[in-house]
Design a binder for this molecule. Structure first.
Ligand code: C2E
Ligand code: MG
Ligand code: MG
Length: 751
């Protein structure tokens, strides 16, 4: 850079002058002369142009001075316009660090020639004495300007050289770096290729500049192609990717090529040459230029078909029931959620849920074993699935609970019609282990309403409806209606309270209804009837809570409590009377407990513990429960009979007794159901039935009790057909123990 330009960068520094628009440093001139006059004159002349002049006397002194500092020009005085001066000039011009300094030689005016010699020895200019002062100054100025230009040039060259050196150094560094990277890449590619070979992966390489694709032998064989198969374009490659996956595949590829992902990794289906689909995992990484633009992308491809199939199987298993192969609860709930969402978007797309529970499945399982139970579930599932449309989801939610999701149902009627069809389909027996079995199911229906937000809520309502359907008996269906939930909740509360109450039995009370001989009016016994004093609901009828007790398995302990209390009461009455009493207590036995293996033993123990004679105890079993499994009843009843405990068939006439069993069962008494008695004397047909029952009892050698006698006419007619015993409001309602004792004391004339 020139001194001028340098000077132009800022304000003038000390000593600088302003010339031709730029600040220039004063030039320093080394004058080699010993002549004082000459020195003075040169100083004056060149001082006019603001130059400074240093004078040294001899060339030797000049050389010494030149080592110290570099002048802008060397001027040899007239005394040196000879060989000495020329030699000095030549030395100076041959010295690399000095040769650029302009040298001017002043020639003595008297000397002849010398000009050529002076220029030959390298002098830049020659002036002769006597000096033309103006010309002399002009020449010196021109040389100084030349010197400055040369210096600027030298500076520029130096800077350039330095820049070039720096750039070269940098390039060398970059090349070395690049070489190292190349080597590392080469090495890793080799390693990768080896690994790929070892792991049976296929390799691919897509040169984006030429749009050529290279696929390795293994890559091709993975899809059933020979090594020379022409698979060398992206189109040929993509044509093998399943149309289901191609879109997302290309999207993921673009994302990586555009630098949005660090690596490309995608699992997709590809078509094998044999037209089957294979699952592959494609991985790749782009090679980019320095601006990040992708030049190539290369990677591997592994066959993951077996892993994928296993995953699909696992996923299938996670969402399907292992026994029936039906969707399980998780999948069902998912589909239901989708149906809810669909209906939210479009209220016309209604849906319905049918919740199914196989009636009495537990009995099948318990009595015939789990193998039969499982087979029944499979056949049941098949039958229910057959009835439905392809769009319906039939699922097993667990145990013997199934659900059907009906999509796009038109109205409630079509949902209930679907439930009807299921009942209908089950009328044909199922074949379980080669044996025909009839299965019925209770069905709760909930139809989708736009207000449903959660699948759980729909299922809860279907469950509520199912609960009601089951309460109505086998093979029934109920559709969820508002208010039903509250009823079921109340029922459930009752269930809960009953479980609590059974812990202490303090809320239960026994009432006693007298049973009398119809001809003499003499008391023969009492029927013990339970009452529940619910702390909040008041008196709860046994008709309401006994079925709950039976459902929830608290009936066993409850029956034991009744038996214990009734026998203890009888013992207490005898103590109060001071003698044995010729009466019995009759306790109702639920059909549910009849199958209990330990029943006879438990009853015997309670009776023994109470101290009453077994003959003073009678058990009432309804005709329906007795005839459900007469063989099992026979075993239990025989044990009880052997203990001398009386056995009564309750509500006789309402069930379907088999005469042969009636004959074989060790019974004492038949108790005519209240409904027949109530119709006396209005309904002649019922009176005929009662007459027949009376004859039957007589033939079987059984006593006959008529319950629900409310009028003297009923009593009289019953007496006329030789019905020996009776109970009913005509004589007494069921009353608490004290009142019962009072009735007895009066009837038996106790003291
Ligand atoms: P049930 O064994 O047939 O008892 C006779 C029912 O008829 C009793 O009703 C009794 O109060 C009622 N009754 C008797 N005479 C008349 C009458 O003249 N007119 C009318 N309208 N009713 C009469 P309750 O006490 O409400 O018992 C109902 C049922 O609850 C019983 O029918 C029995 O099946 C069951 N139950 C009661 N206590 C027990 C018990 O301790 N264990 C079991 N398992 N069931 C019981
Ligand atoms: Mg009874
Ligand atoms: Mg009865």
């Amino acid at each position: 850079m020139s001194a001028g330009a340098k000077g132009g960068d800022g304000p003038p520094r000390k000593g600088e002058i302003f010339t031709t628009g730029v600040f220039v440093r004063p030039s320093r001139i080394l004058l080699v002369s010993a002549a004082a006059a000459e020195i003075a004159r040169v100083e004056r002349l060149l001082g006019l142009d603001n130059n400074s002049v240093d004078a040294v006397a001899t060339p030797g002194a000049a050389l010494a001075s030149l080592k110290e500092q570099k002048p802008d020009l060397v001027l040899l005085g007239a005394a040196l316009g000879n060989r000495i001066g020329f030699d000095f000039c030549r030395t100076l011009k041959q010295t690399p660090s000095l040769h650029y300094i302009p040298v001017v030689i002043i020639l003595d005016g008297s000397a002849v020639g010398g000009q050529i010699d002076a220029l030959d020895c390298g002098a830049n200019d020659v002036v002769r004495e006597p000096l033309d002062e103006l010309v002399f100054r002009a020449r010196i100025r021109a040389l100084l300007k030349y010197k400055r230009a040369v210096a600027a040039l030298r500076n520029a060259r130096n800077t350039l050289e330095q820049d070039v050196h720096e750039r070269i150094a940098q390039l060398q560094k970059e090349i070395a770096e690049h070489q190292r990277t190349e080597a590392a890449l080469q090495e890793s590619q080799e390693r990768y290729a080896l690994a790929a070979q070892g792991s049976h992966d296929g390799l691919w390489d897509w040169d984006l500049r030429t749009d050529k694709v290279f696929c390795s032998e293994r890559w091709k064989s993975m899809l059933g192609y020979p090594e020379d198969a022409p698979l060398d374009s992206p189109e040929a490659w993509f044509a093998h990717i399943s149309p289901l996956d191609l879109g997302p595949f290309k999207e993921a590829l673009s994302a990586h090529l555009e630098g949005r992902t660090l690596a490309f990794s995608f699992e997709c289906r590809m078509q094998h040459r044999d037209r089957t689909l294979r699952w592959v995992h494609v991985r790749g990484m782009a090679v980019r230029d320095k601006d990040g633009a992708a030049l190539r992308i290369a990677g591997s491809q592994s066959d993951i078909t077996s892993r994928k199939l296993m995953e699909l199987q696992l996923r299938h298993d996670a969402f399907h029931d292992g026994l029936t192969g039906l969707p399980n609860r998780a999948l069902f709930m998912d589909r239901l959620r989708q149906a809810i969402a669909r209906m939210k978007r479009d209220p016309a797309r209604a849906y319905a849920v049918l919740l199914l529970d196989i009636d009495k499945f537990k009995i099948v399982n318990d009595s015939l074993g789990h193998g039969v139970g499982d087979h029944l579930l499979i056949q049941f599932a098949r039958r229910v699935r057959e009835f439905g449309r392809a769009t319906d989801t039939v699922a097993r939610l667990g145990g013997d609970e199934f659900a059907v999701l009906l999509e796009d149902v038109e109205d409630l009627a079509s949902a209930t019609a679907a439930a009807e069809r299921i009942h209908e389909a089950l009328k044909t027996p199922l074949v379980v282990h080669g044996r025909q079995m009839y299965a019925t199911t209770s069905i709760g229906v909930a139809t989708g309403k736009p207000r449903y937000e959660r699948a759980d809520d729909v299922l809860r309502d279907a469950d509520t409806a199912l609960y009601q359907a089951k309460a109505a008996g086998r093979g029934k269906q109920r559709t969820f209606a508002s208010g039903m939930h509250a009823r079921v909740l109340s029922q459930m509360d009752l269930e809960h309270d009953l479980r609590d109450a059974i812990k202490t039995c303090e809320q239960f009370v026994l009432c006693y209804q007298p049973i009398l001989a119809l001809d003499s009016g003499r008391l023969v016994g009492f029927e013990a009837l339970i009452r529940w004093h619910h702390p909040k609901r008041g008196l709860v009828s046994p008709l309401q809570f006994i079925p709950i007790a039976e459902e929830t398995d608290v009936i066993g302990p409850l029956t034991q409590w009744v038996l214990r209390t009734a026998t203890a009461q009888l013992k207490a009455w005898e103590a109060a009377a001071g003698r044995d009493l010729p009466v019995y207590v009759s306790v109702n036995l639920s059909g549910k407990t009849l199958g209990d293996a330990g029943l006879a033993g438990t009853v015997g123990e309670i009776v023994r513990a109470s101290g009453v004679r077994p003959a003073q105890v009678s058990l009432e079993i309804t005709e329906g429960s007795l005839m459900k499994d007469p063989e099992a009843s026979l075993a239990t009843l025989s044990c009880l009979k052997a203990m001398d405990i009386g056995l009564m068939v309750d509500d006789f006439g309402t069930g379907y007794s088999s005469l042969s069993y009636l004959h074989r069962l060790p019974l004492n008494i038949l108790k005519i159901d209240r409904s027949f008695v109530a119709d006396i004397p209005a309904v002649a047909r019922n009176m005929e039935i009662v007459r027949t029952i009376a004859l039957l009892a007589d033939r079987l050698g059984l006593s006959l009790v008529a319950e629900g006698i409310e009028t003297a006419a009923q009593r009289d007619w019953l007496r006329s057909i030789r019905c020996g015993l009776g109970q009913g409001h005509l004589f007494s309602r069921a009353v608490v123990a004290a009142a019962a004792y009072a009735f007895m004391a009066d009837n038996l004339s106790l003291q």
